[in-house]
Design a binder for this molecule. Structure first.
Ligand SMILES: [Zn+2]
Length: 500
């Protein structure tokens, strides 16, 4: 068998010949064709590693679908543009139509649910059981790139194509899902449709989400209906159960590239909390009020933001302020009121909770003039300000399923070969993904590939062709390995929707 990987004969031929050489291997007729084919359970390691995705076909799919919603140009080559394909826009409809037509042509059954999520399912042997799914999203940020989400869906299609090319029959069906409005850019709730599917977000809330923009009356429901993707099947894990959910995604951060790794085995998604901090002081004239007599809300807020950075540094966490509003907003008035956002993230819920606790105790002390960690050094003591802190959003850490993590790691080892230990790493996702909601209802994991300088949500987002293909290859193997694992008697796999 070891010679198979080096063989120049087409894979299909190899498989058929191997199968015919092996008396213990049963051969079935494929349901869609009279051609002989091999079952996933009967493949050994050599056969598994010889099953190859087609890199140029994958890249063709990525770039072909990027004709819909092409964004800002960043280089000279035809493919060196970003993307601007907002959810449920005309461009999104075109990409969705391509996905439906392509997967139908590969023999998939298509289901569109009431959130416009599209589920394409390739039959297996046991079609009364939930499929093993690959999922991601075809929508983009208004000035996004060609890989965020798009790689995940097109790689799913490439997995289906590779299974079809090689007449691989799986025990369970294999599906690809395109989730609606993952970005939350047009309708302001990210991962909203996988959230509805998981039962975490009410359908009505999602349907009533209004398009961002001052004069728009469009809602998710009206736009789903307008482009013909308001499906009749309830968006729910109980109507469309999943045996598992795997997602290939660009890392959107610099860690893989910085450490010269090719594959990230994603074990979970970090926890985060969003706080709104309101600091109140007093509006006063900048020219007539000496430093001692000021209650400068912006100066106090600035010290708090700096302190949040120090706390994050001390706790291996992240703290970021992305929104800052000040009143009255005049050059010659000391601002009397400042509101700012504080986004706190860390691997564990405990760290995020600890950070919040410190913020709650330290920010009022800083506002009162206490010298926490030298924050007041070299400053003129002024009048105290008051602070009000509200928690707006809490997203606990997500831990992916150990079996899914394990098959991704096995697949990565197999694909990366002898040097695999140096080329892969376990990691936690810094960003949210549809896999977070999927993981609430079925075993889930993700695969990360490096993107240039960690840049994402930017037209110049870029992932090397060979890295896209490596990720797709790991995705393919993960799905086939999981298909085999599901059938093992040692595990009491729940064949109904899987509740963690
Ligand atoms: Zn994404």
């Amino acid at each position: 068998m070891a010679s198979v990987a080096r063989s120049i004969r087409p894979w299909t031929t190899c498989l058929r010949q191997q199968a015919s050489r092996r008396p213990h291997t049963s051969i079935r007729s494929f349901t869609r064709s009279a051609t002989w084919q091999l079952h996933s359970k009967e493949m050994d390691e050599d056969m598994l590693s010889s099953l190859k995705v087609n890199q140029s076909r994958l890249m063709e799919d990525i770039h072909y679908t990027c004709q819909w919603g092409t964004g800002q140009r960043w280089g000279d080559k035809p493919t060196e543009t970003g993307m601007s394909r907002l959810a449920l826009s005309d461009a999104d409809k075109e990409a969705r139509d391509w996905f439906v037509e392509t997967t139908k042509a590969l023999g998939c059954h298509i289901t569109v649910d009431s959130m416009g999520n599209i589920f394409a399912v390739r039959p297996g042997l046991r079609n009364d059981k939930p499929p093993t799914f690959i999922g991601s999203h075809l929508d983009t940020q208004p000035s996004g790139g060609r890989y965020d989400g798009i790689l995940g869906v097109t790689a799913g299609v490439e997995v289906l194509r590779t299974l079809a090319d090689n007449w691989v029959e799986t025990e369970y069906p294999v599906g690809v899902v395109n989730w609606t409005n993952e970005e939350g850019a047009r309708f302001p709730m990210s991962m909203v449709s996988s959230g509805v599917w998981a039962g975490s977000i009410p359908l009505e809330t999602a349907h009533n989400l209004r398009e961002v923009g001052p004069n728009s009356t469009a809602t998710m429901a009206s736009e789903l209906a307008r482009i013909g993707y308001l499906g009749g099947v309830p968006a729910s894990h109980s109507h469309i159960p999943m045996g598992a959910h795997f997602e290939l995604h660009i890392e959107q951060g610099p860690l893989l590239e910085m450490s010269n790794k090719k594959i990230g085995v994603v074990t979970g998604v970090q926890a985060y909390k969003w706080l709104t901090v309101t600091v109140k002081g007093r509006d006063t004239h900048t020219g007539t009020t000496d430093l001692k007599s000021r209650a400068d809300a912006l100066l106090a807020a600035s010290k708090m933001i700096l302190h949040s950075h120090r706390l994050a540094s001390a706790h291996s966490a992240l703290a970021s302020t992305g929104i800052l509003n000040l009143k009255p907003g005049s050059t010659n008035t000391v601002p009397g009121e400042v509101t700012f956002s504080l986004d706190i993230r860390a691997k564990s819920d405990d760290t995020v909770a600890k950070m919040k606790e410190l913020v709650l105790s330290d920010f009022p002390a800083i506002a009162a003039g206490e010298n926490i960690n030298g924050i007041q050094d070299d400053c003129t003591p002024g009048l105290p300000c008051t602070v009000d802190i509200v928690e707006d959003f809490d997203s606990p850490a997500t831990n992916f399923h150990p079996d899914c993590i394990s098959v991704v790691a096995q697949a990565a080892h197999s694909v990366l070969g002898r040097d695999s230990h140096n080329l892969m790493m376990e990691m936690t996702s810094g960003a949210g993904h549809d896999s977070v909601y999927a993981s609430k209802r079925c075993p889930t994991s993700m695969i990360f590939v490096p993107c240039r300088e960690g840049v994402s949500h930017n037209p110049a987002e870029f992932c090397k062709e060979e890295d896209c293909a490596l990720g797709a290859q790991v995705l393919l193997q993960s799905v086939v390995r999981f298909d085999r694992l599901r059938d093992m008697d040692r595990r009491s796999w729940r064949q109904e929707p899987y509740h963690l």
